[in-house]
Ligand binder design. Sequence first.
Ligand code: URA
Length: 213
Amino acid sequence: MTDKEKSLRDLKQETEEDASLPLRESNLVFGEGDPNCKAMFIGEGPGYHEDKLKRPFVGRAGQLLDELILRIGWKRKDVYITNIIKRRPPENRDPLPEEIAAYAPYLTREIEIVNPPVIAALGRFAMNYFLPDAKISRDQGKAFLVGERVVVPLFHPAAALRSTGVLEELKKSFSKLPDIISGRTSVEKPFSSESVSVKPEKRTNPVKQSKLF
Ligand code: URA
């Protein structure tokens, strides 16, 4: 077992044992995948199937996510997949701000351990976790520098299951991920007054640890 795998196992155990966390009537759905991945996918929170199987993105939205990953020549096992909240809210309701805040320290540490060069934030809740002023329809598919890490907001696969227009946009944005990871795409600083675009050659080492999260 590598150091990263051990750290993630310990963090999962700590999350399981933290009695102060909300939604403890549901199962813990911790992240999974390759801790040396190039891209970490972060969703909103587990649904019915995820709660049953205790694994992220294993329902219909998860199947679509798997297909999108395959379409760009990757495999699910080569990325890391997790959620901002790690237990299913009742009736799949939206996560509450206090639930997101309660799980945030664990997500922060999960990100620090995996230390991915690129984070794909799936849907509005995951996007706003990193980019509070972003708007999903305006900003999905763009690459933002948040701290020293690149965050790419994407439509949530569940939204793409409800609309073919959203699905087409999601496919288009997904296909940009390899170039964003390899640094061939410019990255924007989010909504700064200078509206700087950081050219690939100027990008700081994206693998460096972020101070922000
Ligand atoms: N939707 C999410 O946001 N996360 C999952 O794990 C499954 C569906």
